[in-house]
Design a protein around this ligand. Structure first.
Ligand SMILES: C[S@@+](CC[C@H](N)C(=O)[O-])C[C@H]1O[C@@H](n2cnc3c(N)ncnc32)[C@H](O)[C@@H]1O
Length: 429
């Protein structure tokens, strides 16, 4: 019940999933569930959203005629039930019975209860054939696929779209001694310097090193921007969009004197808590970055800007259904303004690293190209392939990091992939 309602809010009202699944401020129907039922609802929603185009197409092929416009709620009941039948390891008959019960409970949908029953039972019987046939259907919305094709070409777009079907593994960044901690945690040491856990269920807080603040959870790709500054001991660096603090922690662990700026009060608090657990220090300023003017120009600035997050769909599959091209355009404009401000904060010769977790060039390559065109006082310091063995494919010809979920091959017992990220290193002349 909760799953279909929450799905409706994502699809019809563009409400992000994270907020609705928050244990304190989340959707009331979700909060009323037991821990086990919450986990099941989360799995159903993430699975439904990951496979939505394939589920919808499979359902439409089984219907003689489309459901009437007024039956949106029924559509969500059907898609969440179909996700369980096709992709989740739960008893199919329970999913069918629940969907029929939901249809019966809603006076607008009662007349469709028999149809729901027949259609879903047929789906159970024909599951293997439906799954085999659905492989040809693109697993992402059309607008997003078109953007991927434009940026990466047909074949790579397909690989990225398929890669986002696999849930992200857990990656960790360690303060020091990555090889030693890789062994202790039975993790794979990635070419980014991150550790990747083998298939893992449970709480990371129970793993060795957590309570001592030795490491933090951070996707491999997300760890790259902070690594672009080179030696940081004694340098003053501002992290302009800092919370929850993965990159602030990296900068501080590398010896920088960090000023961490975060506009949201709640998120600034979370950043402070995270730094405290890691015994790392930074000056945390809960202000708008546009209001920040240091007394003296800085050695470097990290701008990990708010973005469309289209690189994180393995973790947040709702993004593709809540964001649109309009959002990408608006965010790209904001990022360009933020980047121009960031460049005023560093001394001549100072570095600005600009990054975000979008796959769209409007928020990355195009934005930087326009900035360089208009600002002769700024130059790109290209990332060199020879400095990043194993990550050559993630470095663009211009010398930026451009990672995608289709990069990093799986290893024995370890998943592949990483978030889609853009990171560019700029220098004020
Ligand atoms: C992509 S997240 C940053 C993630 C962070 N760098 C990390 O590695 O953990 C962007 C952050 O920027 C913050 N933010 C957005 N607009 C801002 C502004 N004008 N000034 C300061 N922070 C802002 C958001 O609240 C959000 O926490």
């Amino acid at each position: 019940m909760a799953a279909a309602k929450i799905l409706a809010a994502v699809i019809d009202k563009k409400t992000p999933l994270d907020g609705m699944l928050d244990a304190v401020h989340g959707n009331p129907a979700y909060k009323a569930l037991s821990d086990a039922d919450r986990a099941l609802v989360r799995a159903i929603l993430n699975t439904t959203l990951r496979h939505l185009p394939r589920i919808e197409k499979s359902l439409s092929l089984m219907l003689d005629k489309p459901l009437p416009e007024g039956a949106r709620a029924l559509q969500h009941v059907l898609t969440t039930a179909a996700a369980q039948i096709l992709y989740l390891d739960v008893p199919s008959h329970a999913a069918v019975d629940l969907a029929v019960e939901q249809a019966n409970r809603d006076p607008r949908n009662r007349r469709f209860a028999k149809l729901v029953n027949a259609l879903l039972r047929r789906m159970v019987r024909e599951r293997d054939a439906i799954l085999a046939a659905s492989h040809t259907i693109l697993p992402v919305p059309g607008w997003f696929h078109a953007r991927l094709v434009k940026a990466y070409g047909e074949a790579e777009a397909r690989r990225i779209a398929e890669a986002q079907l696999t849930p992200a593994p857990i990656d960790l960044t360690v303060k020091a001694e990555p090889a030693l901690w890789a062994e202790r945690l039975n993790a794979r040491l990635l070419p980014t310097g991150s550790l990747r856990l083998a298939a893992f269920e449970g709480s990371v807080a129970a793993l060795p090193g957590f309570s001592e603040g030795v490491w933090w959870v951070q996707d491999a790709a997300a760890s790259l921007p902070a690594r672009l500054f080179g030696p940081l001991a004694g340098k003053r660096i501002a992290d302009l969009c800092a919370a929850p603090g993965g990159k602030t922690a990296q900068l501080a662990a590398l010896g920088a004197e960090v000023i961490a700026i975060e506009q949201s009060a709640n998120r600034a608090e979370r950043l402070k808590e995270n730094l405290a657990r890691l015994s790392l220090s930074a000056e945390v300023l809960n202000i708008d970055l546009f209001a920040y003017k240091p007394d003296e120009l800085l050695d470097g600035v990290l701008l990990d800007a708010p973005c469309s997050s289209t690189g994180t769909t393995r973790r947040h599959p709702d993004v593709l259904w809540t964001k649109s091209m309009k959002d990408i355009e608006k965010l790209a404009e904001l990022q360009a303004r933020m980047l121009r401000h960031a460049l005023t904060l560093v001394k001549p010769g100072g570095l600005v690293v600009f990054s975000n977790c979008s796959l769209d060039p409007l928020e990355g390559e195009d934005l930087v190209a326009a900035l360089l065109r208009d600002n002769p006082g700024v130059e790109r310091v290209a990332v060199r392939r020879e400095d990043w063995p194993g990550l050559e494919e993630a470095i663009s010809p211009a010398g930026d990091f451009r990672t995608t979920p289709a990069m990093i091959a799986p290893g024995e017992g370890y998943a592949g992939g990483m978030d889609g990220f853009f990171a560019c290193r700029l220098r004020r002349r």
